[in-house]
Design a binder for this molecule. Structure first.
Ligand code: SF4
Length: 81
């Protein structure tokens, strides 16, 4: 196998990320601004569950991941303990 064809299996799901096609700006909004558009795109994303799991596992604090804002993920973390 040629080295270029090797991709990390952990990050392979990101190749299907809808946000990779729309640009990151939606997903890292200014504090206090709307995350509605980012969430709408997440809602159509084929890898939403994997994305959310990744964000939770890696304790991602900023931006929208898997359709949840940072506040919502914090809440999920609190309630899932
Ligand atoms: S769920 Fe949302 S943040 Fe995650 S990869 Fe898909 S579009 Fe991007």
């Amino acid at each position: 196998m040629h080295i270029d064809t090797i991709t990390s299996p952990e990050l392979a799901w990101q190749q299907e990320a809808l946000c990779a096609q729309t640009g990151a700006d939606f997903f890292f909004p200014e504090p206090g601004s709307s995350v509605r558009e980012a969430k709408r795109i997440c809602g159509m994303c084929p890898i939403r569950a994997a994305c959310l799991e990744y964000a939770m596992d890696n304790d991602e604090r900023f931006g929208v991941w898997g359709g949840l804002s940072e506040k919502e993920r914090l809440e999920l973390r609190r309630t899932s303990r």
